[in-house]
Design a protein around this ligand. Sequence first.
Ligand SMILES: C[S@@+](CC[C@H](N)C(=O)[O-])C[C@H]1O[C@@H](n2cnc3c(N)ncnc32)[C@H](O)[C@@H]1O
Length: 225
Amino acid sequence: MSSFDQTAIEHTYQNWAKVYEWLTPIYLLGNEKRLRRETIGCLHLQPGQTVLDIACGTGRNFPLILEKIGPSGKLVGVDYTAAMLDRARERVKREGWKNVELIRGDAARIDLKRKFDAALCTLAIGVIPDYHGALDRMVAHVKPGGWLVIGDAKRSTRWYGRPFNWLADLLGYGAAEDMLRRPWVSFQEMLNDFHYEEWFSGFFYVAAGIAPLINKAYSPVSRHS
Ligand SMILES: C[S@@+](CC[C@H](N)C(=O)[O-])C[C@H]1O[C@@H](n2cnc3c(N)ncnc32)[C@H](O)[C@@H]1O
């Protein structure tokens, strides 16, 4: 479990919502568009598909997803923090998107009673206290054969990155993020055709795979921190 609880995280993002739009590009040092484009690229989206964006925040992934699925596709964004969802709602209204649905909920507990062609979670899995639950729910909401991707910041394990892990920890702490987690390890156990890639000297990762025909039972004994 994270050292942050859900109430503390909600409080953080209630405040962050005011500045998230302009702070995120700075936080990601001008690499945001590329990070999002490459992460979303892992979903192999086609026009008309349905996509679930877990912990969607203010909806900064939405334009890139909608560019791929087009007006005949459907995008559902889920987030816990009302203020972040309010910004997402403003974005949807401003852009005139008719095929985006926003739902307030806990990613670790959602049951939307439908399955999607693909699902993603960007810059958020390290923030969700029960991230195992969130990964589990994410996989449960994707049709067998559909792609899933998570992308987030992490500590670097490279010799030239390690001296800067204090900075990653500091930035992560500001975002209520647990930088010591290794969610991709659990993700790998749940998916087929798994692949993992690190960027920016190992301070960012993308992990993707395909939902299996039968959900792989997730054993608590195999859980990694
Ligand atoms: C750093 S923001 C990332 C937002 C967005 N995914 C992006 O790429 O810009 C982290 C988000 O995780 C959300 N979050 C935290 N815990 C959550 C939970 N249990 N369920 C759903 N969303 C959660 C926060 O409200 C916040 O919007």
